[in-house]
Design a protein around this ligand. Structure first.
Ligand code: FPP
Length: 247
């Protein structure tokens, strides 16, 4: 039995990959792929609001992306500022709450200023929680949480055996967010790329060959339709099996 036709995912996470390939196919600079990727992101945010799905998390810049040529890094940072300057009012009017995953204080000052303005303006909104992973890496996130847990033990606030999943989750950037139900990756690669390693323990993964700048609402609907057919067992039995067992 599938997840049931009414069971939409509550939290969708997206690895927006393929901007470079999209540009290359068109003999354009990679940066144009990122610009087209920004348009795709706008479409997806709009679709999420229309579908009334409460959580969207996107991987916009990883801790490893600093290794790219400085012109590309600069372009991405400027694109983020442009996105926030152009879109913030509309995001706010749509009751969207912006959230950042990752240490954004290592981003250029201009980005920090606009991000802080966006966080402040939207903090009381109660619609879509839109988390943008920026300078984010899951191993770094987990290590940071381990250090905080160790400090809590060292100071006597906790003992090692009282550290449970709920406490550990509260130390992650995603504190307060439900785990993703569905992870979408575009551009066909079958890997996680250091994204939300703790949080995706039971997440359904959907990979499409579609390059991120080409991603549309129809693709999102296809991913959701596929998700609805999945039999989520969380390590237990499927609903139908559980009904059949007499133990
Ligand atoms: C991966 O494509 C994409 C990124 C590293 C950046 C994602 C950024 C955007 C979608 C821009 C808009 C975002 C904001 C928040 C303004 P890639 O460059 O790795 O593509 P490739 O694998 O084909 O080279």
């Amino acid at each position: 039995m599938g997840a049931g036709s009414e069971d939409l995912p509550r939290h969708i996470a997206v690895i927006m990959d393929g901007n470079g390939r999209w540009a290359k196919k068109r003999l354009m600079p990679r940066t144009m792929g990122h610009r087209a990727g920004m348009s795709a992101l706008k479409r997806v945010v709009k679709a999420m609001v229309e579908l009334n799905i409460p959580y969207l998390t996107v991987f916009a810049f990883s801790t490893e992306n600093w290794r790219r040529p400085s012109e590309e890094v600069d372009y991405l940072m400027n694109l983020l500022v442009e996105y926030l300057l152009k879109e913030l009012q509309e995001l706010h009017e749509n009751n969207i709450k912006i959230n950042i995953l990752g240490d954004y204080r290592l981003l250029p000052p201009r980005c920090q200023t606009e991000l802080e303005a966006a966080l402040k303006k939207t903090r009381n909104n109660s619609g879509l929680t839109f988390s943008i992973a920026l300078n984010y890496g899951a191993r770094h996130e987990i290590l940071t949480a381990v250090r905080k847990a160790a400090a809590a033990v060292a100071s006597g606030k906790m003992t090692a055996d009282t550290i449970d999943e709920a406490f550990f989750s509260s130390l992650l950037f995603t504190a307060g967010l439900p785990d993703p139900d569905l992870l979408i990756r575009t551009a066909g690669e079958m890997r996680i790329s250091n994204f939300l390693l703790w949080q995706i323990a039971y997440t359904e993964i959907w990979v499409t060959k579609r390059l991120w700048p080409d991603f549309t609402k129809e693709d999102l609907l296809e991913a959701i339709a596929d998700y609805k057919k999945r039999d989520r067992r969380f390590g237990g039995l499927s609903r139908s099996e559980a009904g059949e067992k007499h133990v």
